[in-house]
Design a binder for this molecule. Structure first.
Ligand code: SF4
Length: 257
């Protein structure tokens, strides 16, 4: 977690780091750079210690970023959330991937086990209050982990959902006291697939079984070829994103996931 020095600079683990105004300038400067150039900038700015990469091991975007960052640094920590509801295939895939890439891995877990959650909130919390379930099992563990980092990277892309359409390449996130970097913000799905094929990057085996976006097993289904990639997430519900936070006691969604 960084501390404000003034409106433009923060004190982080590797010295003075860019604050909100500096990052707004960097976002414009980096727009249109290649993902590799953005990753290089992130490593040079935050060092290996202060930087993390958040990956679900579900989609190809996170896998492409893991492959790219492993060619730049062997110090960047991969953060991944284990909600207790993941597909067994995803857990096995994660282990296989981390045998190939020699990067530190931190598996984030909720404070409550699945059993404790059921006892406290009831069996149907996932379907009746999915926002609360995601808050307990995804958002809170990520918030807690990010207290140790100055910046983190995600594989989100603007074209994935309307909520992600305004994603900046880099932006200050006050709620985490850290910078959020999206090296694939303006990248197309085709580009990701080409990168994965060209570099022989492993992908979650469920992607070959009709799943296009993979999260928790109870709320992920395969999609038909003509369906949107994220149509299989929280199918039949209004919910499309797990990224939310609380403002004045109300759940407010944002683009992070
Ligand atoms: S995706 Fe579903 S099961 Fe997973 S944390 Fe969110 S509501 Fe809970």
């Amino acid at each position: 977690m960084s501390e404000a020095l003034n409106s433009e600079w923060y004190s982080g683990s590797s010295g003075a780091l860019p604050g909100p105004r500096e990052l707004a300038w960097e976002a414009e400067h980096l727009e249109g750079s290649s993902p590799r150039e953005i990753l290089q900038w992130a490593v040079e700015t935050y060092g290996g210690d202060g930087l993390a990469l958040s990956a679900s091991f579900g989609g190809p975007e996170g896998m492409a970023l893991i492959d790219m960052i492993s060619k730049i640094s062997d110090e960047v920590t991969i953060l991944t959330i284990d909600t207790g509801f993941l597909f067994e295939e995803t857990i096995e895939f994660r282990e296989e991937v981390m045998r190939r890439y020699k990067l530190p891995l931190e598996v984030l877990r909720p404070r409550l086990s699945v059993e404790e959650q059921v006892q406290r909130y009831g069996e149907r919390m996932r379907t009746c209050s999915p926002d609360l379930c995601c808050q307990v099992r995804k958002i809170e563990p990520l918030e807690r982990a990010l207290e140790e980092y100055d910046a983190w990277m995600t594989g989100i892309r603007r074209e994935q959902t309307p909520q992600r359409a305004n994603t900046k390449v880099v932006a200050w996130k006050e709620r985490y006291g850290a910078a959020k970097i999206a090296p694939l913000a303006f990248i197309t799905e085709e580009w990701v697939h080409e990168y994965v094929a060209e570099h022989d990057v492993p992908v979650n085996p469920l992607l070959k079984r009709g799943y296009k976006s993979i999260g928790c097993e109870p709320q992920t289904r395969p999609v038909a070829p003509e369906e949107d990639a994220r149509a299989g997430r929280w199918s039949g519900m209004e919910k499309t994103e797990c990224g939310l936070h609380w403002v004045d006691g109300k759940a407010v969604r944002n683009e992070s996931s």
